[in-house]
Ligand binder design. Structure first.
Ligand code: CTP
Ligand code: MG
Length: 247
C-alpha cells in the first residue's frame, strides 16, 4: 500500500522546560526533530513524510528544507504543515495534506526521537497483512491504580482516594508510530473534530479515536528506546541511549 508517515512536532515542550518548542531542543548534538526524521527515513516505510510544525516557525521550516536537500533521489518526499493547538489538531492538519493515492498512514511523535527502525517495520508489516489499525505497545512495569478526588472529610489525610487497581497483565503502555488504513483514520479524526473541549482534552493518541468507531486495533511489540522525551529525566535517558551500547 502507498504509505505516508505523519510526524507531529508542533508541541511547545512545556514539561521539558527549555523555553522553546521541543522539536528544537538539542539531543546528541542535533535537534530532537532531526533525530526523529532520520529515524523515519531510515525505516524506509513511506513515500511521503508530512511534518506538523509549530505555526509560523521559520527556523524549523528551514531545518526541514536543509534536511530535504540531503535526501537521495528516490527518497521520500518531505512536506510541512502548520500544527494546531492540540496534538489531534496537528494530526488533522497533516491528514489534509497527504498526497492523493495514499492508502495507509503511520502517525509518529517527534518526541519519540529514538524509535528503532524495526518498530516502524513491525507496524507497517501488520498493516500490509490487513490490519486497519496497529499500535506498538509495551508491558507496564508499575502497578496502575485509578483514583478520585476525596470529599472534604478525607482530604485532610490525602487529596486522592484509590478507586481500583487495574490488572497489570492486561495493561500496555502505548507508543508511536501508530499505523492506520488512511480512510479509517480520517473517519476517526472527522468524528473527533466535533468533540467538546473536555472530550478533546482526553484524546491522547490516534488509536483511541479509531477504537470509538469499533474498528479493531492490533498491538505489536514496541521498544524501550521509543520513550517519549517529555521531562528532563527523559532527555538524560535519551542522551545516554545515544552514547551507550544501544545508541
Ligand atoms: N504535538 C503536536 N501539536 C500539538 C501538541 C503536541 O504536534 N499541539 C506533538 C508534539 O510535538 C510531540 C507529540 O505531539 O511530538 C507528543 O506530545 P507531547 O509529548 O505532549 O509534546 P509537547 O506537547 O510539546 O510537550 P508538553 O505537553 O510538555 O508541552
Ligand atoms: Mg503535550
Amino acid at each position: 500500500a502507498v504509505t505516508a508517515v505523519i510526524v507531529v512536532a508542533a508541541g511547545s515542550g512545556e514539561r521539558l522546560g527549555y523555553g522553546m518548542p521541543k522539536a528544537k531542543v538539542p539531543l546528541g548534538g542535533e535537534t530532537i526533530l532531526m533525530h526523529a526524521l532520520r529515524g523515519v527515513v531510515a525505516a524506509d516505510v513511506a513515500r511521503q513524510i508530512c511534518v506538523a510544525l509549530p505555526k509560523g516557525d521559520a527556523e524549523l521550516r528551514q531545518l526541514i528544507a536543509d534536511f530535504t536537500v540531503e535526501l537521495v533521489d528516490g527518497g521520500p518526499e518531505v512536506t510541512v504543515v502548520d500544527g494546531g493547538s492540540t496534538r489531534a489538531d496537528s494530526v488533522r492538519a497533516a491528514l489534509a495534506a497527504l498526497e492523493d493515492g495514499t492508502e495507509a498512514v503511520l502517525v509518529h511523535d517527534a518526541a519519540r526521537a529514538l524509535t528503532p527502525e524495526r518498530v516502524f517495520q513491525r507496524v507497517a508489516d501488520a498493516l500490509a497483512s490487513g490490519a486497519k489499525a496497529v499500535i506498538p505497545a509495551m508491558p507496564v512495569v508499575d502497578t496502575i491504580k485509578t483514583v478520585a478526588q476525596t470529599g472534604a472529610s478525607d482530604s485532610a489525610i490525602a487529596p486522592e482516594i484509590v478507586t481500583g487497581t487495574a490488572p497489570r497483565e492486561q495493561l500496555r503502555a502505548v507508543q508511536t508510530p501508530q499505523g492506520f488504513e488512511l480512510a479509517t483514520l480520517r473517519r476517526a479524526h472527522d468524528a473527533a473534530e466535533l468533540f467538546d473541549d473536555k472530550q478533546a482534552a482526553a484524546v491522547t493518541d490516534d488509536a483511541m479515536l479509531v477504537e470509538l468507531l469499533g474498528v479493531p486495533v492490533h498491538a505489536v511489540r514496541g521498544a524501550s528506546q521509543s520513550l517519549k522525551i517529555t521531562t528532563p529525566l527523559d532527555l538524560i535517558i535519551a542522551e545516554g541511549l545515544l552514547e551507550g551500547p544501544l545508541g
